[in-house]
Design a binder for this molecule. Structure first.
Ligand SMILES: [Zn+2]
Length: 280
């Protein structure tokens, strides 16, 4: 699948003009190594064929099942992994980030879920929104927006939990997991898309969903509103930088792969750093 092209021409990873696959510099934008050593076409195919949407869904579900297995069954924990297991796998919030120094959990928490309904509704939203955002921004930029808004959302809630944790509703969380931060990020990106392109339909749909889910979060107990707010802000600002009027470049797909790899490293770091504590 990840085949290297050794002859002929490819599109430059930065500006999109045709260049020779072995050209050292793009004649149009002066980017060095515009063909990514012949791997640029492979990255483009990765975005189209493999699809990041099933990848996001698949990884989320696999991690949920793993968290259940680690929780060891029993009727009570049958569909809800315990807090200890969630911390092990990379739950975020003021306790892991400030209390335990596990700052990298802002990357991992968005991939973990606390219960069956939690993952069910988030999976429905991902299935609805991720392909739409991939359509508007390209699959690579969708993943970048997803990862970024998770990071911003869990940073918001961890900082709030640490410093204004006594406040109701906006006090952040001591412990937080769930894809709703990146989901709000995708909504923020849709709103920004609407503003930037003049599509009032996209803007209105994004805002309607965000307000609807936001109000739901304010009413229901135990919802992490700071993660929602931070996710929305992260996705919106990310979409300002990743201008939807400009086409997606191979560089974005490479960035998406790097973001996912860094997330995987954070997940491994979460597990590995807890193991010595369990051995004692
Ligand atoms: Zn170029």
């Amino acid at each position: 699948m990840f085949k290297r092209q050794t002859s002929g021409s490819v599109v430059c990873s930065s500006c999109g003009v045709l260049v020779g696959v072995n050209d050292p510099v793009c004649y149009n934008c002066n980017r060095r190594n515009p063909g990514l050593w012949g791997f640029a076409p492979a990255f483009r195919r990765l975005g189209q064929d493999l699809g990041f949407v099933p990848l996001v869904m698949g990884a989320t579900i696999v991690l949920y099942v793993l968290s259940l297995l680690l929780s060891g069954g029993g009727l009570q924990t049958m569909f809800s992994p315990g807090s200890r297991v969630l911390v092990l796998l990379g739950a975020s919030g003021s306790i892991p980030v400030f209390g335990m120094g596990r700052w990298w959990t802002v990357l991992t928490a968005g991939w973990l879920h606390a219960g069956l309904l939690h993952i069910f509704f988030n999976a429905l939203w991902i299935r609805q929104l991720a392909p739409a955002v991939a359509e508007l921004f390209g699959p690579g930029r969708m993943v970048l927006l997803y990862v970024l808004s998770g990071v911003v959302g869990f940073t918001f809630t961890s900082v709030a939990g640490q410093y204004i944790g006594f406040l109701p509703v906006i006090g952040g969380a001591q412990l937080s997991v769930g894809a709703s931060a990146p989901i709000f990020g995708l909504l923020g990106a849709v709103v920004r898309y609407g503003q930037r392109t003049g599509s009032s339909h996209a803007r209105d749909v994004g805002l309607q969903y965000a307000v609807m889910m936001g109000i739901f979060g304010l009413i229901m107990p135990g919802i992490d509103n700071q993660a929602h707010l931070g996710g929305f802000v992260g996705g919106y600002l990310g979409a300002v930088v990743l201008d939807p009027l400009k086409p997606e470049r191979v560089d974005h797909l490479v960035g998406a792969v790097v973001a996912l790899l860094v997330t995987a490293v954070a997940l491994v770091a979460s597990v590995v750093t807890v193991l010595p504590l369990l051995m004692r």
